[in-house]
Design a protein around this ligand. Structure first.
Ligand SMILES: Nc1nc2c(ncn2[C@@H]2O[C@H](COP(=O)(O)OP(=O)(O)OP(=O)(O)O)[C@@H](O)[C@H]2O)c(=O)[nH]1
Ligand SMILES: [Mg+2]
Length: 376
């Protein structure tokens, strides 16, 4: 079923796709000589040390992959005759789009998969969300053959994904592409589980940059089902969070919307990571769609700067006081939506704001804040 060995006899880690090597413990694909020999003798799929630590201790070992490596991989796709499955995270939709995807993949058809639908509030009708996804894709220059909204955790959804793939691939290879953490490897594992019973083959994690190189599995007719490394954008909040706080940008439970009736000149803090000021307008409802564990704190706008300076890393956590990452200073952007809109803080979630309200959004310098038509 799996193909870790190639013509030049190099072996590849089945967990992350890196070429296995026994010389540099700090580089991708390292495993001790003995472990490699054992895997070779037993004819088993081998995992590198980094995957081993991720899978058993949930610890990440950084390896130096650059954006160029990812772009090079994407560029190769234009030369293949294949079905491209573009996986986006519905919770971080704007952060998980690949600008110019069609340029990379040439004339190959793209199936758009909005994953992680399980975290969105149940009140949200799937059909409505799919229409929203279609419009957003179109507005961002994506022209998929079809859009699917799903959860990798739902067996029926995975079966449906497989049917769509079979419909569009017409015997060709299938490449899963997307930004890091959208769930590409999790989806492939789920497909594998349904078709072969093999559980949890590819390494998955909440850390950005889990898969390091292509991982090719074989479909029944010999065509490939190929996982690829996700593109890493520095504009995502995940880069400024400690490992323990990553769950805040990768919710696992249904999000409970939290609504605040705000008067003008009130402020909402999203822990110490982001902030929304209600600058001007009548008393109105603002609803936050963020992880249930993320602290939301309301203050008066006039005290907000001072409060942030005093409480960042204390009451407003994350960032943790002893964080291993330096959180860049918050940068202010003002918005005046003409329709009901979402102010999206890349990776963290969004706050819906009413038409006509003047608001100011703050996020760490370098982290994207965008306004979009309201999802819900
Ligand atoms: N709630 C929820 N979480 C999911 C779903 N699919 C994946 N995840 C989680 O999202 C995180 C990232 O999953 P991966 O499969 O490693 O993502 P990836 O796209 O392969 O990431 P890279 O290899 O870095 O490109 C993990 O914590 C998964 O458990 C889903 O449908 N729902
Ligand atoms: Mg992956």
């Amino acid at each position: 079923m799996t193909e870790t060995e190639t013509v030049d006899n190099s072996l590849y880690c089945i967990g992350c796709g890196a070429k296995l090597q026994t010389t540099d413990p700090d580089a991708a694909g390292y495993l001790p000589e003995k472990s490699l020999q054992k895997a070779q003798q037993e004819g088993k799929d081998a995992y590198c040390k980094r995957c081993f630590r991720l899978r058993h201790y949930n610890e990440i070992q950084p390896v130096g992959l650059t954006d160029d490596d990812f772009l090079r991989l994407l560029n190769l796709l234009g030369k293949q005759d294949a079905l491209i499955v573009n996986v986006v995270d519905i919770f971080d939709f704007n952060g998980s789009l690949i600008p110019g995807l069609h340029r990379f993949v040439g004339s190959n058809p793209v199936l758009l998969v909005g994953n992680k639908a399980d975290v969105l509030p149940k009140s949200l009708k799937r059909t409505r969300l799919r229409t929203w996804l279609d419009h957003q894709a179109h507005d961002n220059g994506l022209h998929p053959v079809e859009t699917i909204l799903m959860s990798a955790k739902d067996k029926a959804d995975v079966a449906e994904l497989l049917r769509r793939i079979e419909k569009y691939r017409e015997g060709r290879d299938v490449y899963f592409v997307g930004v890091t953490n959208t769930g590409k490897s999790t989806l492939i594992n789920a497909i594998l589980k349904q078709t072969t019973g093999v559980d949890d083959l590819i390494t998955t994690s909440r850390f950005p940059g889990t898969t390091l190189d292509q991982i090719r599995l074989e479909l029944e007719d010999g065509a490939g089902l190929i996982d690829t490394p996700g593109i890493i954008y520095r504009k995502q909040m995940a880069h400024y969070l400690d490992a323990k706080d990553l769950r805040l940008v990768s919710p696992t439970k249904v999000i409970r919307p939290r609504t605040y009736q705000l008067n003008m000149e009130q402020t909402l803090f999203l822990a110490g990571l982001a902030r929304l000021d209600y600058v001007r307008g009548p008393r109105a409802g603002f609803t936050a769609y963020v992880d249930n564990m993320l602290l939301i704190h309301r203050t008066k706008l006039e005290n907000a700067d001072d409060f942030y300076d005093r409480q960042k890393g204390k009451m407003l956590q994350p960032p943790r006081a002893d964080s291993e990452h330096e959180l860049p200073p918050l940068v202010r952007v003002e918005f005046t939506p003409t329709e009901d809109s979402d102010i999206v803080f890349a990776g963290l979630g969004w706050i819906s704001v009413p038409a006509g309200a003047v608001v100011a959004a703050y996020a760490p310098k370098g982290v994207d804040v965008v306004m979009r038509p309201a999802m819900i």
